[in-house]
Design a protein around this ligand. Structure first.
Ligand SMILES: NC(=O)c1ccc[n+]([C@@H]2O[C@H](COP(=O)([O-])OP(=O)(O)OC[C@H]3O[C@@H](n4cnc5c(N)ncnc54)[C@H](OP(=O)(O)O)[C@@H]3O)[C@@H](O)[C@H]2O)c1
Length: 338
């Protein structure tokens, strides 16, 4: 099969397709013929050697895809050849085939195109887990979402606004904020402007924010944390802005300074909380994750939410797709067709 094998860390240009043997199907696995792949910011970090959850080199890059079951391990029950599934994995999805634990292959959504299915799993689960499972969002909450035009961000804006919440979107450009408004955000503030964070404080006023989903870090995290109302909860699901290089101690120090953190004193004085999640570390708990997935899929189907597929590439153009995400130029999800 053809696959993108990460043999060393480096810039996007190191990525290309090569021929490798097909994966073998373990007894508790299914083998999936991949149709479309969702690109995640974590894969940009993995490529650079900056992602703690990555396996050792070399490995096939990629954490999610949609495809059709082609083979079923002999200890797997209740699955069918030809079933369309979403797969989540620590690695292996930038390929024509991937073998995953049967519990990590979830039924694709019938009403979605392959591209929409590829754009759904990781982003919507991250948004849902952050807002509903961690922050316990309520209909009356006012919700703040950073990087609101990105993969996780668009999912969070759609979910929170469909839930009935007032949503304040943050992003780095006016075009991105317009997308967030189109998806239901009631207010939008650009953190690329000189007036930030004052503009944000003016927008939220004394009412403040009840729930924030933050994925940028640095000054954006600080501004979001400063807006929290009493009983406010901020969930950190990433820190994309922190630019560190393994071999550069100054960049490591800058990144350490920009890491989201909150003192116990500021939490008790403000009656507010800092929470965090990482889907990868939930993989060993399918019995906990599956009911969450079922609640999420029921919700998006009831509210007719469709993932925002912003850019579609061929898998052979993987380097270009990575460059787009790294350049901060993407809106919605980047998907690669196989
Ligand atoms: N915890 C989890 O389980 C989990 C799962 C999935 C994703 N995540 C995290 O959620 C965030 C979004 O992930 P995603 O895959 O949906 O990506 P994405 O939002 O589509 O793209 C990343 C976004 O981050 C913002 N950003 C800020 N600083 C950046 C920088 N220096 N370089 C590039 N982008 C920068 C950009 O939006 P602006 O230009 O508007 O700032 C960019 O569009 C990431 O931090 C990721 O690590 C966490």
């Amino acid at each position: 099969m053809r696959a993108v094998v990460l043999r060393r860390h480096g810039p996007a240009e190191i990525l290309s397709l090569e021929s490798v043997p097909d994966p073998t199907t373990g007894s508790e696995q299914v083998l999936v013929a991949v149709e479309a792949i969702g690109l995640n910011f974590a894969e940009v970090l993995s490529r650079k050697g900056l992602y703690g959850w990555s396996p050792d080199l070399p490995y096939v890059l990629g954490m999610e895809a949609v495809g059709v079951i082609e083979e079923i391990g002999d200890r797997v029950e209740g699955r069918e050849i030809g079933e369309r599934v979403l797969v989540a994995s620590q690695f292996g999805s930038y390929a024509e085939k991937i073998a995953v634990a049967a519990s990590s292959a979830l039924p694709a959504l019938d009403s979605y195109t392959p591209e929409e299915n590829a754009a759904f799993g990781v982003n919507y689960m991250t948004a849902w887990v952050s807002l509903l499972e961690m922050a316990r969002m309520r209909h009356t909450d006012r919700v703040l979402v950073s990087a609101a035009a990105g993969g996780v961000g668009t999912a969070a804006v759609q979910i929170a606004s469909s839930f009935g919440c007032e949503v304040v979107a943050l992003a780095s450009s006016d075009a991105k904020l317009q997308l967030a408004r189109n998806l239901g955000a009631t207010d939008a503030v650009c953190y690329g402007n000189i007036g930030f964070p004052d503009q944000l404080l003016d927008t939220v006023g004394s009412r403040g924010i009840d729930v924030a989903l933050e994925t940028v870090g640095g000054h954006v995290f600080k501004a979001c944390a400063d807006c929290l109302a009493p009983f406010g909860r901020i969930v950190v699901a990433g820190y994309a802005e922190l630019d560190y290089k393994l071999w550069n101690p100054i960049s490591l120090w800058r990144a350490w300074r920009g890491m989201p953190r909150m003192s116990m004193e500021s939490m008790y004085k403000g009656s507010k909380g800092l929470l965090s999640t990482h889907l990868g570390y939930l993989v060993p708990y399918p019995e906990i994750v599956r009911p969450v997935w079922d609640r999420l899929t029921t919700f998006v189907e009831e509210h007719k939410i469709r993932p925002i597929v912003g850019h579609v590439f061929q898998l052979a153009d993987v380097a270009e797709a990575h460059q787009l995400m790294e350049s901060r130029g993407s809106m919605g999800k980047i998907v690669m067709r196989v």
